[in-house]
Every structure is written in C-alpha cells, then in structure tokens.
Design a protein around this ligand. Structure first.
Ligand code: AP5
Ligand code: MG
Length: 218
C-alpha cells in the first residue's frame, strides 16, 4: 500500500530541507505545495498569477485551487508508492480533502511528524535562506552554506532570496500558521498519527529522528 507522510510545522522550521532528505533516503516523491506555486509563478500560468497575490502578502492561497493542484500532482506516476507532503494540508478543509483523495488512491496519511522551533529561530533561519532558482534546493548562509556563494551545489543554478522571507512577512506567515494550520495538530494527534520532533537540533539529527518515526510507523 502507498505510504503518505505529512510534514507539519511553522515557516522556516525545515520542512523543505527535511522532505528533500527523506525523499532521497526513502525514494518517496517530495511534494511541496509552495514549490508547485512558485513553478506556476515562474511560468506565469493563471494559477501562478492568482497564487502570487496571496503569497506576496504571506496569506494562504484559497483551498479550492490548492486542493486541485495537489490532487493533480498526487495522481502522477512518481507518487504511486506514496509521497512526502511538505506544506499541505494547511487548513482543516485541506486535511479533509486529502483524506478523500488518498482513499481514492487506496491509501491514507500514515504518519504526521510535527517539527517545531522557537519563533526567533524561524525568523533568523528564513533571513539567511537562499533557494535555488532551478529546483528549489535550500541553503542557509549561516547553517548550511553552499560551497560557492550564490550558486547551487546540486545543479549550478543561481540562488535567490524568496520575496516572502522579509522579516515582517515571515512574522505574518507565522501568525497565519498559528491561526489556520495549528488546528491540524489536534486533529492528527486524535488520530494517533502525530509524532513531535524538536526542530532546534542539527539538520542531520532532525533527519535521524524523522527516519526513526517513519520506521516505527511501518
Ligand atoms: P511554503 O513554501 O510552504 O513556505 P512555508 O511553509 O512558510 O515554509 P518555508 O518554505 O518558509 O520553510 P520550511 O519549513 O520549508 O524551511 P526550510 O527547509 O526552507 O509556502 C509559501 C506560501 O505558499 C504560503 O505563504 C502560501 O501563500 C502558499 N502556500 C503553500 N502551501 C499552501 C497551502 N497548502 N495552502 C494555501 N497556501 C499555500 O528551512 C528554512 C531555512 O533554515 C533554510 O535556510 C535551511 O537551510 C535552514 N534550516 C533548516 N533546518 C535547519 C536546522 N535544523 N538547523 C539550522 N538551519 C536549518
Ligand atoms: Mg519550504
């Protein structure tokens, strides 16, 4: 049966960093809703133009278009064995839609690691984040620097700073997370799927704890 992992946690806690490491280790597809929106913005699709108006402010993109985008992505062949979901679901309506979607793929959410860290750490990490233009590889000028400044280690493409990583927008994104996404914590805890991970540890240590959580689940 396909396996689906939902990474929960505030902006900057390391969901993208960890999802990509877990994807390399498990072979499961890494599905990042934020990256999918950013690809649409780059290509200037209708979805991209709509999403940009919300993302620039730090607001969530409406549920209906977000759900449709993820449903389409999860239907592709590389998700046959399951996926690591990074940034979706982010509202109770999205969580409900995901359950319906996965039952259609003969699966369910298996485990929900919640990665957490203090707010000042999140703001500090996002202030130093550099993202690769080609495929979204993630670096940090203090904590995980690229070998050559401004250049992605993996594909040589240019590194840039996300528009929504300005300190005021980051603080607002954290408020949006607290108001709209944290209700999912109780939901997945009640279902017995939540595993809490301390995101203030090193990137390697967090990966180790996530791998343990995945092993214990299967
Ligand atoms: P999205 O792209 O998902 O952003 P986010 O959830 O705000 O999370 P981030 O990507 O900022 O942080 P992260 O947890 O991935 O951290 P990272 O690994 O990069 O969403 C952006 C926008 O898209 C939303 O605001 C919304 O508008 C829209 N959107 C997306 N999904 C949506 C949905 N489902 N519904 C509606 N709207 C949606 O790490 C951060 C930095 O810290 C990096 O520099 C990294 O190198 C460093 N780092 C990571 N781990 C560690 C560590 N352990 N120690 C030290 N440094 C670390
Ligand atoms: Mg991310």
């Amino acid at each position: 049966m396909a396996k689906y992992i939902v990474l929960l946690g505030p902006p900057g806690v390391g969901k993208g960093t960890q999802a990509s490491r877990l994807s390399r280790r498990t072979g499961l597809a890494h599905i990042s809703s934020g990256d999918l929106f950013r690809e649409n913005i780059k290509k200037q699709t209708e979805l991209g133009k709509l999403a940009q108006t919300y993302m620039n402010k730090g607001d969530l993109v409406p549920d209906d278009v977000t759900i449709a985008m993820i449903k389409d992505r999860l239907s592709r062949p590389d998700c046959k064995a399951g996926a690591i979901l990074d940034g979706f679901p982010r509202t109770p309506a999205q969580a409900e839609a995901l359950e319906v979607m996965l039952s259609g793929f003969n699966g369910q959410v298996n485990v929900v690691p919640l990665i957490n860290a203090q707010q000042d750490v999140l703001v500090d990490r996002l202030g130093g984040r550099w993202t690769c233009r080609a495929s979204g590889h993630i670096f940090n000028e203090k904590f995980s620097p690229p070998k050559e400044s401004g250049v992605c280690d993996f594909d040589g493409s240019e590194l840039y700073q996300r528009d929504d990583d300005k300190a005021e927008t980051v603080k607002y994104r954290i408020v949006v997370y607290m108001e709209q996404t944290t209700p999912l914590i109780a939901h997945y805890r009640e279902l017995g799927k939540l595993v809490e991970i301390n995101g203030m540890q090193s990137i390697e240590r967090v990966t180790q704890e996530l791998m343990d959580a995945l092993k214990n689940e299967s």
